[in-house]
Design a protein around this ligand. Structure first.
Ligand SMILES: Nc1nc2c(ncn2[C@@H]2O[C@H](COP(=O)(O)OP(=O)(O)OP(=O)(O)O)[C@@H](O)[C@H]2O)c(=O)[nH]1
Ligand SMILES: [Mg+2]
Length: 208
């Protein structure tokens, strides 16, 4: 039963990938802990990407409500609201339906903000070109050790709220080291949406 659901999701993810690439839209699934700064980070990245002349859109995924959708719209980022009802993750079927109502020829880059947690989204690829996972120093320094699956699956991992690291007493090097060991040498990307540190490097990774 579970295998069927995951296989069906993978099939629909392939379909979404085909749709997005066919329309010339680059896309990234933004996963991460609740409150790690996914919305704030996407707004910051979108502004820089838009300054470079690309047209950006965001699917704002949440269990319920439109708080993040409103924030994107207020920040001038074209957004589409997507509620899961009670599920703790987006899936390829929900994204497929959302893509039906989006004029993809009007976009060059699409962010998909997933529901905030490090467990459920891991098993459900959406068909985006890449997957990004965001954690922040306010969750402590053991997130990579506790949730290896999502970090193994993601292409890029971001450690946000670096401006607060000192106050939180977080051992940043330990987290970087955990991630390096888990992924066979990949570098965790430290960022601060507040100060802007690490943001341009991240844009570079997303657009390269
Ligand atoms: N100090 C500091 N605060 C940040 C940073 N990034 C985000 N925040 C704040 O953290 C809070 C949560 O940020 P959001 O962008 O809503 O986080 P989120 O991951 O989208 O949260 P959910 O969608 O609810 O899972 C907000 O008050 C942000 O202003 C940062 O780099 N430094
Ligand atoms: Mg959010």
């Amino acid at each position: 039963m579970e295998t069927d659901v995951l296989a069906e999701n993978r099939h629909l993810a392939d379909h979404n990938r085909y749709t997005l690439r066919g329309a010339g839209v680059r896309s990234v699934d933004v996963m991460g802990t609740t409150g790690a700064g996914k919305t704030a980070l996407i707004i910051k990245l979108s502004k820089i990407i838009m300054e470079r002349g690309l047209r950006v859109g965001v699917i704002a995924g949440d269990v319920t409500g439109q708080d993040d959708y409103d924030r994107f719209q207020e920040a001038g980022v074209k957004a589409f609201n997507l509620n899961t009802g009670k599920e703790c993750h987006l899936d390829a079927n929900l994204v497929d339906k959302a893509l039906d109502s989006i004029d993809l020829l009007d976009l060059d880059f699409l962010f998909v903000e997933n529901v905030g947690n490090l467990v459920c989204p891991a098993d459900f690829p959406l068909g985006t070109d890449s997957r990004l996972v965001v954690i922040s120093v306010t969750e402590g320094d053991d997130m990579v050790r506790k949730h290896p699956m999502i970090f193994q699956d993601a292409d890029i991992a971001v450690f946000n709220k670096m401006d607060l690291a000192e106050y939180m007493g977080v051992d940043v090097e330990r987290v970087k080291d955990d991630y390096r060991k888990l992924t066979g040498g990949k570098d965790l990307m430290p960022t601060s949406v507040r100060t802007g540190d690490g943001i341009r490097e991240l844009v570079g990774r997303l657009l390269d």
